[in-house]
Design a protein around this ligand. Sequence first.
Ligand SMILES: Cc1cc2nc3c(=O)[nH]c(=O)nc-3n(C[C@H](O)[C@H](O)[C@H](O)COP(=O)(O)OP(=O)(O)OC[C@H]3O[C@@H](n4cnc5c(N)ncnc54)[C@H](O)[C@@H]3O)c2cc1C
Length: 373
Amino acid sequence: MKEIENKISLKLNADLKGYCTIHIGGNAKFLFEIFTSKQLYKVCIWCIIHNIKYKVIGLGANLIFDDLGYNGAIIVNKSCQILWRKNSAFVSSGMPVSKLIFDAQFRSLSGLENLSGIPATVGGAIYNNLGAFDCSFADCIEYVTCIDTKKLEQKIKANLQIKNKKINSQNLNLQSLNTDKILNEINTIDLTPFKSCITKIKKADCQFAYRDSLFKQAQNRYIILSCKLNLAPANKNEILQIITANIQKKIESQPLDYPSAGSVFKRIYFDENNNNNLNPNTDIKDQNIKGKALAKNYNNPTNVLYPAKIIDELRLKGLSVGGAQISEKHAGFIINTGAATQKDFIKLTDIIKNKIKSRYYLSPQFEVEFVPF
Ligand SMILES: Cc1cc2nc3c(=O)[nH]c(=O)nc-3n(C[C@H](O)[C@H](O)[C@H](O)COP(=O)(O)OP(=O)(O)OC[C@H]3O[C@@H](n4cnc5c(N)ncnc54)[C@H](O)[C@@H]3O)c2cc1C
């Protein structure tokens, strides 16, 4: 894959509001922007060597950062390489999904157009198994290439022991840090000893499910570098029509003129074999019976409930706490009307959860992810 060599950028004490779609959060101690998979790998190695916690993000379209910020390194992934081979694409994980969809349409290739209009990078789309209109990102995946950080940490420890050095964060005093020095240190990292920590995971082993994957389950063990996608030949104009119709539907139904992180809660599935979305502290069987009856009332397929419909029925649209407000346009979204904090967001979701629980005995699970300090 041809990689464009933009330089890694680093900001110290950077405001995270500009790195997530809902514009909430304090400052990150370190904020890196990387443009190639190699740079991503090197920054992760640097963080491990210095015992600095790190998190790789895409567009931050699903994230609610802590008001205190992030006491480590946020790595913004802008690795945007793509290689087409007939109906297949090898795509790096920082590629925006919207760009990928238009690139595929240009080549008369179909498979991802139902996901148009959703903000995501390929890495975030794999992690959350992005989905819409009965289509999910996993549908087109053959395999995912990623760094196994568990292996990497062991390898780094072993390497440092050979050189008689320790993993050390003590001598990294923020005040005395020099970004040029850090970047120089990162650029000189030799990746050769760490190649074996890159692993290819076949789709069958990725544990894709509704807004779920192995990568999410393993809680940041895997850093996604790229994937192979297989698409199907189709009529270029028909694909474009689907893209346009989907974007139009989103404009009509979602509060896109305000910052948000998309749907706050996951759909609730009532299925005796899959109780992931139900509250483990209550009687699951009872919840399934009540939920199925409720779903029937809403003319839904009998095993699924959309939290937005319940929130709408509870007449909670427009309710706000500080700068966080339940959207008037789409009850599933919480928008930032100005200066929302994570605290506002959480207080508002507590109200929603309590009302849903006392009325319907249901406990919807968060679709958004809270990033702790
Ligand atoms: C207006 C709006 C509409 C939305 N509509 C939908 C919708 O219809 N369907 C839907 O599914 N979602 C929707 N979302 C949510 C969001 O688009 C998805 O969750 C998406 O997957 C986020 O992608 P991202 O690249 O921004 O990931 P981020 O939000 O930046 O990160 C999400 C998680 O992925 C991890 N991650 C990101 N990149 C990597 C990587 N390379 N390696 C390892 N981990 C990584 C992060 O650490 C984090 O834990 C919507 C959001 C908004 C704002």
